[in-house]
Design a protein around this ligand. Structure first.
Ligand SMILES: Nc1nc2c(ncn2[C@@H]2O[C@H](COP(=O)(O)OP(=O)(O)OP(=O)(O)O)[C@@H](O)[C@H]2O)c(=O)[nH]1
Ligand SMILES: [Mg+2]
Length: 179
């Protein structure tokens, strides 16, 4: 799901990105912060999935991100592979105050790899860094490295690193396409 538009001066890319990770870690909140630039503490859990679009310009390149937000509760597990199909990149989220949530990421990643069948950029984000952390940064970094993923820490509440995270993934997508 990517295309190169040569009719304009600028190249235009379209990428499917799936967000993944357990329930309550802040996937929807990160998207709301990124796309609408606000935060609310009384968000409902995602039922099934949401789909949002963000157009960004990265180094004079227009990029359209098709962002799929999947409900992390176990009851939606069967739907997941449908959403993973055709993804050009994946954005994994865990909650820095919940060690449990970090431990669930390897399972999600192997399911993505099985479904997508090719190597795609995967970014892991430790979210809620405005709260008191229960996971050492080095522990999360080590896991990300072992899984071959980039790692960043964010807060959907304060907005820290949110735009940077999505743009990091967009850059990785552009360079993996242009290469
Ligand atoms: N303090 C703080 N709270 C956050 C942050 N991000 C999300 N939350 C809160 O955590 C709760 C869950 O956030 P959601 O964005 O719904 O989490 P989700 O990963 O989409 O959950 P599912 O849809 O069930 O998979 C909500 O009450 C949010 O307000 C953050 O960065 N800091
Ligand atoms: Mg959600």
């Amino acid at each position: 799901m990517k295309s190169l538009d040569t009719s304009s001066d600028k190249s235009s890319f379209k990428f499917k990105v799936c967000l993944f990770g357990p329930g309550n870690v802040g996937k929807t909140s990160l998207l709301i912060r990124y796309i609408k630039d606000y935060f609310t503490s009384d968000l409902k859990q995602t039922i099934g999935s949401n789909f949002l679009i963000k157009d960004v310009e990265i180094d004079q390149t227009n990029v359209r991100l098709l962002l799929w937000d999947i409900g992390g509760q176990d009851q939606f597990a069967k739907l997941r592979t449908i959403y993973f199909k055709g993804s050009n990149a994946a954005f994994g989220v865990f909650d820095l105050t919940s060690p449990q949530s970090l431990l669930k990421l390897p399972g999600w990643i192997s399911s993505i790899k099985k479904t997508v069948k090719k190597s795609i950029p995967i970014l892991i984000v430790g979210n809620k860094n405005d709260l008191e952390r229960q996971i050492e940064r080095s522990e999360a970094e080590d896991l990300a490295k072992r899984l071959n993923c980039e790692y960043l820490e964010t807060s959907a509440k304060t907005g820290e690193n949110v735009e940077i995270a999505f743009e990091k993934l967009a850059r990785a997508l552009i360079s993996s396409t242009v290469r």
